[in-house]
Unconditional design. Structure first.
Length: 148
């Protein structure tokens, strides 16, 4: 009787598998005998003092010592610029009925909101005044407003 087709295919597959195993072992032996520039050493990269990636290690003689206590972590505090406390300006608009208005600063020509609560004495449109600025909900407000 003849062998079945399945038995023949199994033998062929077994031969292929053994052949692949032998080839793999041969390649392994060749790598052991002829070590080339491969592996971890070929994958290492270095960064030079300019931030460029190179394959050569840095020169230890060019190494600089850095004091760790001088390194600031985070954002440094901003020093407040000294601004004059009292500013001069002119009342551009003031509504007595509603109790608010705007003052235009003399130097910068910026307009600031003023409320009747921020007045030290009564003002009307066109009056020259001195005032101080205070942070409000919607920006800077003029407070402690008095006529010149």
């Amino acid at each position: 009787m003849a062998k079945s087709q399945n038995a023949f295919l199994k033998q062929e597959n077994e031969k292929k598998r053994l052949k692949k195993r032998k080839e793999k072992l041969q390649k392994k032996e060749e790598r052991k005998l002829n070590p080339t520039e491969s592996g971890l050493d070929s994958m290492i990269a270095y960064v030079d003092e300019n931030g460029n990636i190179t394959d050569t290690p840095p020169d230890p003689t060019r190494k600089t010592k850095i004091d760790a206590s001088t390194i600031e972590i985070g954002v440094p505090r901003r020093e407040e610029a000294e601004e004059p406390a009292e500013r001069n300006g002119r009342v551009e608009f003031f509504n007595d009925a509603k109790g608010f208005g705007f003052i235009k600063e003399a130097g910068t020509q910026e307009k600031y909101f003023v409320h009747v609560k921020g007045l030290l004495e009564e003002v009307k449109e066109g009056d020259k005044v001195t005032f101080e600025l205070e942070k409000g909900r919607n920006g800077l407000n003029a407070v402690r407003v008095k006529k010149i």
